[in-house]
Write a protein that binds this ligand. Structure first.
Ligand SMILES: *Cc1c(COP(=O)(O)O)cnc(C)c1O
Length: 499
């Protein structure tokens, strides 16, 4: 039943400790040509060990093959489709990596005199301008290091602004479809969180919203398109309800892949928003690398932006620290500069038309997937989706198969799973985001796999329930792994499982 898809993967690789044989080494040092020093004298006897127990002794080729084989267990965007919804795991052009590594861009010191950093400052200024144009906002800070960090910066800006008006207020409203970082952000910024329920179409319920907006409400945090991948069609009315009561609108811009070049949050009324450059603008996402979460604001919030701000006077760029209303720094220096370079290179290389095409293709791909999979998977919110589509496992659950089982089976077909069980308002969610960088052939292969799994659920349920079959380890005990992780190798275990 299991389709062989992963012949390049070596699955019986032992731990490097198990490969060890005494006396083997992966290095050769030349004869000592300086006077020898007694290590105990130099380091102190307590710091010198005659033997390191369990230290792996292997040859160079064994070390290289070991780690190269381990790398084949990994799944990455360079191997195939990575359909994690809410994450935008797209392929990012290699050329932007090259640009970010140019010597003059990779090596400037953050404290280099401004006169010697004009190029770097101009890159940041041009990126700020491009992002302001794309979002329809008036000013941008590049300091925040990730989306959640941008959210915190944005809500602190709202607080500072409202405080300057005499009252920071008490609550932030958040739709029940929101990403978990939204309520966390509001709480860390000192606000109480109030949930607004979505209506039956998964959108903001305007009547419920109107009831919830009191003089205590500082802001609404809204994601658009929302986490169902559906555009909030009443967004301008929602903004009016907030503004009428003196509250602001924060837009979570993580889903900008569906809007760039098509719609601008500034035009539909957002006061402040963040972008995830590592989702939308060409920085590889995941793997824990640096990200960037620039924050864009309307003019009335500009005085509060983190200092320093870029300033141009008599043809030269400088950094302006004289910002009495600023919320202060949110990060050392000026943001993750390498990520900023990639974003500007990506924006300039695409140009306006190219960016719009990327958006159109992202939406087209997701709609194509929805149409092909709709006959096989339940679609709880049937409004037209944009860059991602959210199914539920309702049909499969009747045979005891849940979204997590389908995701595990997808691994056997050679694909990374989609986002499992999010957003929370969909029970048993399958959240799929193909992104614009997938071609028809890859999408068709994914569709074929999803349909094959839907059939297996009916005809061969156990195969799905016991998946994956093609990986070195099949199902792990996720609860124990999270609660009691074993992070240390002990020589006495010697490859046997022991905790
Ligand atoms: C990814 C994401 C975030 C958080 O961004 P990070 O860069 O991971 O901190 C916030 N909201 C939504 C909707 C997201 O998809």
């Amino acid at each position: 039943m299991v389709k062989a898809v992963s012949s390049h993967i070596v699955r019986d690789e032992p731990l490097i400790f198990e490969r060890s044989s005494p006396g083997k080494r992966a290095w050769q040092l030349p004869e000592l040509d300086v006077p020898a020093v007694d290590p105990e004298e130099a380091l102190g006897a307590e710091n010198v060990r005659a033997e390191i127990p369990g230290f792996p002794e292997v040859s160079e080729v064994e070390a290289i093959r070991h780690f190269t084989r381990l790398s084949t267990w990994n799944y990455g965007i360079d191997l195939g489709l990575y359909p994690l919804g809410s994450c935008t795991m797209k392929y990012n052009p290699r050329i932007n990596e090259l640009v970010a590594r140019l010597e003059g861009l990779a090596w400037p010191h953050p404290y280099q005199p401004e006169s010697l950093a004009q190029g770097a400052l101009e890159i940041m200024a041009r990126l700020e301008a491009a992002l302001a144009e794309i979002t329809g906002m008036d000013a941008v800070t590049l300091q925040p290091a990730a989306g959640a960090h941008g959210e915190l910066t944005g809500v602190l800006l709202i607080r500072a602004y409202l405080e300057s008006q005499g009252n920071p207020r008490k609550k932030v409203l958040i739709p029940d479809s929101a990403h978990g970082t939204n309520p966390a952000t509001a709480a860390i910024a000192g606000y109480g969180v109030e949930n607004v329920r979505s209506n039956q179409r998964g959108m903001i319920d305007l009547e419920g919203l109107a009831r919830a907006v009191t003089e205590d409400v500082a802001a609404l945090m809204v994601t658009n398109p929302n986490t169902l991948g559906v555009f909030e069609e009443n967004i301008t009315q929602a903004v009016e309800i907030l503004h009428a009561k003196g509250a602001l609108v924060y837009m979570d811009g993580a889903n900008m892949n569906a809007l760039v070049g098509i719609a601008r949050p500034g035009d539909f009324g957002a006061d402040v928003m963040h972008l995830n450059l590592h989702k939308t603008f060409s920085t590889p996402h995941g793997g824990g690398g640096p990200g960037s979460g620039p924050v864009a604001v309307k003019q009335r919030l500009e005085p509060f932006l983190p200092a320093p701000r870029l300033k141009r006077a008599s043809g030269a760029w400088s950094l302006d620290y004289d910002r009495p209303w600023s919320i202060g720094r949110v990060r050392a220096f000026y943001g993750n500069f390498g990520v900023l370079v990639r974003a500007l290179a990506y924006i300039l290389a695409h140009g306006g038309d190219g960016l719009r095409n990327a958006t159109v293709d992202a939406v087209l791909n997701a709609v194509y997937l929805r149409k092909a999979l709709e006959p096989y998977y339940d679609l709880p919110y049937p409004d037209p989706n944009m860059h991602e589509v959210v199914f539920s496992d309702e049909r499969q659950a009747r045979r005891g198969v849940r979204t997590g089982d389908i995701a595990k089976r997808l691994i056997d077909y050679g694909f990374h799973p989609y986002t499992v069980s999010f957003p929370l308002i969909v029970h048993g969610a399958l959240m799929i985001e193909p992104t614009e960088t997938e071609g028809k052939r890859e999408l068709d292969a994914f569709i074929e796999a999803m349909i094959a799994i839907a059939r297996e659920v009916e005809e061969d349920t156990q195969t799905v329930l016991q998946a994956p079959h093609s990986t070195r380890t099949s199902r792990v005990d996720e609860v124990t792994a999270a609660r009691r992780p074993v992070l240390r190798w002990k020589p006495e275990c010697d490859g046997k499982s022991c905790s």
